[in-house]
Design a protein around this ligand. Sequence first.
Ligand code: GLY
Length: 369
Amino acid sequence: MTAHNTLDNLTMLMHRYDGVFVLTDEQVAKCCLPVVLNMYQLSLADTPTLILPAGEEHKNLSSVQRIWDFLFEQGATRNSLLINIGGGVICDMGGFAASTYMRGIHYMNIPTTLLAMVDAGTGGKTGIDYTPQSAEGSIGSLKNAIGVFAEPVETIIRLELLATLPAEQLLSGYAEMIKHAILQGRKQLDELLEYDLRQTATPAFGELIRQSVAFKQSIVEQDPHDKGLRQILNYGHTIGHAIEALMLCKSKVESQKSKAEIRNQRSAKPHGYCVMYGMVAETYLSHLIYGMPAEVVSTLSRFMLENYGAAPITCSDFDDLVQLMLHDKKNKEQGTIVCSLLQDVGKPVVGQPITIEQLREATEYLCSL
Ligand code: GLY
């Protein structure tokens, strides 16, 4: 990511292309798109814009097909630019569609959520969720299972957009910032755990975002294709992704039931919430395997309960979670589950194989909170 975010820089960048196209979703179109277009003196009338339905359940091949069709219909060439304005789903999926359209055109991200600002907007991981035909009906979609590495030409972070976010979305992004901090060291972690989350429209919060993105970039530069070191950024995600996929799968099943039945059911959770649950379980695993101080496990657990609530799973979900984790991209051999863990705060290790018994203990810990 470069930090060109002035109007002049954006205008200069757009003049390099023979066509500029915008991708966004229905939710962003309502709350942030007018703010962004106004910021950059763009008008919907002059900028062909595709507005997709919002939500992780639309991060799939048929949405990508709609983006390709849109680009073809609007006459995009190999020298066109796609601007993704939205959260992680739009940045990931738009990046993938652009990187495969005519063997790859440039794309730019204007993340509108905190989560996308500190994570999906940078680093060049693009893609969609996918259910292999052989697994249809047995498990939910596998998150980000299909995609390519392709860096955006630019990522523009505008703090003004945070004012458009509901508290739940801020917390979701904050979990990824906590993840970066726990990988960095005590000072960074304590700073975030103690920060007053009502103060997000401040230069101090902007500085926390800058540090978080800079940390991610420093890791991506060393390992852009996720062969080793970058996997530390998956901290909390082995268990977190499985919880997220399970919740998504259950909410799909539940939405097919009658409204009366739905009332007391669990629904899908924002990505960052699942990462927070996953981080607590994986910090417990780090304690079990590497002797991570118990005090870190309890501090993080307390922070989770106070801000994100208890994990929406029970011990009876364990077998489904294991099935989902067996499909995790970090696993090298079939039948083994591999995690990124911590020897201590700021001391990450990648590629740690986990036994089913260790996983069961960590899941039971999470469910006991
Ligand atoms: N979100 C983790 C990564 O970009 O590698």
